[in-house]
Design a protein around this ligand. Sequence first.
Ligand code: T46
Length: 134
Amino acid sequence: MYRLLEFEKIGDERGWLTPVESYSDIPFLIKRIYFIHGTGEDIKRGMHAHKNLEQVIICLAGSCTLFLDNGFQNEEILLVDNNKGVYLKDLVWRELYNFSRNCILLVLASDHYYEGDYIRDYNSFKELVLKEDY
Ligand code: T46
């Protein structure tokens, strides 16, 4: 359903540096990045799946909960480490909630923004998952 990626933390007396490179740290060529911040504590984001897009979600600051559902099983993951990334590909329904006030999410994506890649209706997602399983 997902893979947890761990990035190097290079530290010295000046602080920390975490490099993230396509293909070595991230399993795809990064074509787009975006970040999410200023999300209120009672807000839910996501609520969709992607048909083809691959993404890595990294929590740079604060924390939030990522809920994943592949149509057969689901899991909640606490995002809190900025040297870890959650790699998502295939059909996975995702929701984000429990944002701390200072939460900043960085998302690395394998393709440009394309609304046609989104499945924003849960029933359509379930239908597609069941079809792909047979
Ligand atoms: C995902 C989760 C983790 C753009 O114009 N360009 C972009 O690259 C993106 C990602 C969004 N948008 C527009 C589309 C909407 O009008 O920004 C608005 C907010 O996007 P959305 O409602 O999809 O945001 P989230 O936080 O629910 O979902 C986003 C990503 O869209 C999604 O791929 O996996 O973050």
